[in-house]
Write a protein that binds this ligand. Structure first.
Ligand SMILES: Nc1ncnc2c1ncn2[C@@H]1O[C@H](COP(=O)(O)OP(=O)(O)O)[C@@H](O)[C@H]1O
Ligand SMILES: Nc1ncnc2c1ncn2[C@H]1C[C@H](O)[C@@H](COP(=O)(O)O)O1
Length: 222
């Protein structure tokens, strides 16, 4: 029996992976999709026309980048809906507004008018009864030191050149954000509690917890 059936995970589930840059979302997305035989939805990094420019000049490009990510994530959302679920999604749409846009506005690298335009668009597109929320959000958490090592290990040039204070601020904001997040059920995983890179079998206890969480949240909805 495959792990999806073993732990009663509905084949049309939508599971989104959240967490700060470098924490291990893409790695977890791939591992879960393989284990559950689900499709993947990734954010565009290499082909993103604004990302390098944004890191070089936050003030100039933060609005453009947010609009780009919003459009891309919304297209992915539509695709997931059209397929009828069965997806692991790398990063939730909620982090765009709850972390990134908010942080740049509050730090002065996005203007007030741009922030208002962006949040109005986000609310009109996402915060509606027509927008399907994921069945589960898996939040990956780890210490700032571990995350900084992973960013270094991955070696994306524009991230290496970004001051540590940026990642520190983001790490802090993520903790507050997840403590107040209630748009869908949340399963928190500490990155020190699993080791899917050296042993993919360690995914099974995570899948067991996913099955339990989805079951519990269905019962709560009734
Ligand atoms: N479970 C893990 N154990 C050890 N290293 C990991 C693990 N998950 C990810 N990494 C490493 O950390 C770096 C960032 O991982 P990635 O999945 O790209 O993060 P994210 O998608 O959250 O930005 C990569 O170099 C990856 O190989
Ligand atoms: N909404 C966003 N605003 C600014 N930067 C963003 C946003 N979403 C993703 N990013 C950046 C952060 C990373 O440099 C890359 C990819 O994110 P990752 O967490 O590594 O998957 O895009």
């Amino acid at each position: 029996m495959n792990l999806r059936d073993k732990y009663n995970i509905p084949h049309n589930s939508v599971i989104t992976i959240a967490g700060t840059v470098g924490v291990g979302k893409s790695t977890m997305t791939n591992a879960l999709a393989r284990a559950l035989d689900f499709k993947t939805s990734f954010e565009k990094v290499d082909s993103n026309p604004y990302l390098d420019k944004f890191y070089a000049d936050f003030e100039r490009w933060s609005f453009h980048l947010q609009i780009y990510f919003l459009a891309e994530r919304f297209k992915e959302q539509k695709k997931i809906f059209e397929y009828g679920g069965g997806f692991i999604q790398d990063r939730s749409i909620y982090e765009d507004t709850g972390i990134f846009a908010k942080m740049h506005y509050e730090k002065g690298t996005m203007s007030e008018v741009d922030y208002e335009t962006y949040t109005n668009l986000f609310d009109a597109m996402v915060m509606t009864p027509y927008f399907p929320h994921p069945d589960l959000l898996i939040y990956l958490e780890g210490s700032l030191d571990d995350i900084l090592s992973r960013i270094k290990l991955r070696g994306r040039p524009m991230e290496q050149q970004t001051p540590v204070e940026y990642w520190e601020e983001m790490h802090h904001r993520y903790e507050n954000w997840i403590n107040n997040f209630n748009s869908c059920p949340v399963l928190r995983l500490n990155i020190n509690d699993y080791d899917i890179m050296t042993d993919e079998q360690t995914i099974e206890p995570i899948i067991e917890r996913i099955g339990y969480f989805i079951e519990q949240s269905k019962l709560l909805k009734k």
